[in-house]
Design a protein around this ligand. Structure first.
Ligand SMILES: *[C@@H]1O[C@H](CO)[C@@H](O)[C@H](O)[C@H]1NC(C)=O
Length: 494
């Protein structure tokens, strides 16, 4: 590690959004993307704060006492030479009085059990609320995005009682947050089949400022046939199945509105990633074709079954794919031999935004900004998807040519490593206190659990830091290939 002084040239280009609409654009930022290799590596400096009204730091978790905790203290906090990302993230608000930052707590990997216990106990709810407020005040967040996935689902402890406990939790949060002017939002399961078991829709709508419908992962490689990640309408291959029985954006949105959620509180979730499938037979390759499971992994997110738009747009340019548009569902999909990929592009996202506007919704949210083409690798400009969304919302984005050049002496740290080893798109990292699992920098198997792995980083004092990640949807860690893989392709001796 070498410390040296260099002259840093700062190019300050100010970009202004001239807003024609007052719709919200909530941007989820998956902070573990910092551990991705090469062009997939995404840090706070890659965020374009002009493209979002709300930036959402994902995720923090809770402990068994309900207390909100950092899941990656080295990344989030300044302590022990930490990278201080909470502060760097919130510094994006300097000079931008209209930009809000939210702290997201929960997410898929946190599971439901801890939240079920917390919401059931007045003492644990108080711990949760007080510790959330303290974290938001200490680090200058403007609100909380509560992502309990999901009440009365998965590993819930209290079952159907979760439904009213969630309402009670939101009621108490609202009372306390109003003392400080904090915003309260939540991401919710969108489709009726899940939502009907998880939420008292009028009850939660009363206390939340905005409600983000996760209208993605509607179909995926966990199904026996191919399907779209986020179909707007009933599509090709849906035959005479009644539309209400399908998992589509339009049916989910209609369900929330008719169940008593005011449209002016709804923000529609849009995916900036796709799902990959492996066709059972290359010749049967339409929508609802037999699938034998997850397909190719992207080079940065390294997870079979998922691919970021930034990973796929370049494949589309370099390889031969048969790209089709489901003109009913209004989403593209791509076929190459036995590979089948459902994804979203500027056209499909525009269609969804326009549909949402026709229902007078409050705005949209994206999962997540680090898989848009934030580096302009594919040549459509930086953040082509987020820009298309703004265009569809009626926001005019102008780049003002006020360019200032200053030269500042600066201290930088250069390390001898060239690229950082890869990471995986599990939904969030879990930092484990585990002792010496890390023997070198990079990716290593979890000696206690085949479905987890560690990314080992080195702190400035030379100490190895283990960051624990969980493979998505029951995949196993494959130490030979350094990604999460099918169970039957990995040897597990635990
Ligand atoms: C989205 O994909 C479809 C199918 O390939 C294509 O027709 C359409 O032009 C694409 N949209 C954009 C903006 O590239």
């Amino acid at each position: 590690m070498i410390l040296k002084y260099i002259a840093l040239t700062l190019l300050i280009v100010s970009v202004n959004i001239v807003k024609a609409s007052d719709k919200l654009v909530l941007c989820y930022y998956g902070t573990w993307a910092t551990y991705r290799p090469s062009l997939g590596k995404f840090d706070v400096e890659h965020i374009d704060p002009n493209l979002c009204t709300h930036l959402v730091y994902s995720f923090v978790g809770i402990n068994t006492q309900g207390t909100v905790i950092s899941l990656d203290p080295y990344l989030d906090l300044p302590d022990n030479w930490g990278r201080d990302n909470f502060a760097k993230f919130n510094a994006l608000k300097i000079g931008r009085p209209n930009l809000k930052t939210l702290l997201a707590v929960g997410g898929w990997n946190e599971g439901s059990a801890k939240y079920s216990r917390m919401a059931a106990s007045s003492i644990l709810r108080r711990n949760f609320i007080n510790s959330a407020i303290k974290m938001m005040k200490d680090y200058d967040f403007d609100g909380l995005n509560l992502d309990w996935e999901y009440p009365n689902r998965r590993d819930t402890v209290n079952g159907p009682a979760d439904i009213q406990n969630f309402v009670q939790l939101l009621k108490e949060l609202r009372t306390e947050f109003d003392k400080y002017g904090f915003e309260l939002s939540s991401a919710v399961a969108a489709v009726e089949a899940v939502a009907i078991q998880a939420y008292d829709i009028p009850g939660i709508s009363k206390y939340l400022d905005h409600i983000g419908l996760m209208t993605y992962d509607l179909y995926g490689p966990w199904d026996a046939v191919t399907g779209h990640n986020s179909p707007l309408h009933k599509g090709e291959g849906d035959g005479n199945i009644p539309r209400e029985q399908l998992y589509t954006v339009d049916v989910a949105l209609e369900y929330w509105i008719k169940s008593g959620c005011p449209p002016e509180k709804i923000i529609l979730g849009l995916p900036l990633y796709g799902h990959t499938f492996t066709l059972t037979n290359a010749a049967i390759n339409g929508v609802r074709a037999p699938s034998s499971g997850a397909g190719i992994a992207g080079p940065y997110t390294s997870t079979n079954g998922i691919i970021g738009y930034n990973e796929f747009c370049i494949k589309l340019q370099r390889e031969t794919w048969n790209v089709r548009y489901d003109s009913l569902a209004k989403v593209p999909y791509a076929v190459q031999n036995r590979n089948w990929i459902s994804f979203d592009n500027a056209s499909s996202l525009t269609a969804k935004v326009e549909y949402g506007l026709s229902k007078n919704i409050r705005g949209i949210m994206v999962w997540s900004i680090e898989t848009d083409d934030f580096r302009n690798v594919c040549g459509y400009g930086k953040y082509p998807l987020l820009n298309a969304i703004h265009k569809a919302l009626g926001n005019i984005i102008t780049t003002t040519p006020s360019t200032t050049t200053t030269t500042t002496p600066s201290t930088t740290t250069t390390t001898t490593t060239t690229t950082r080893p890869g990471s995986n798109t599990t939904k969030e990292p879990i930092v484990s206190p585990s002792g010496n699992v890390c023997k070198s920098e990079g990716l290593t198997a979890d000696p206690k659990d085949c479905t987890s792995f560690y990314i080992c980083t080195v702190d400035p004092s030379g100490k190895f830091l283990p960051h624990k990640f969980k493979c998505p949807s029951n995949l196993y860690w494959d130490q030979k290939n350094l990604y999460c893989n099918y169970r039957d392709l990995v040897e597990c001796n635990i």
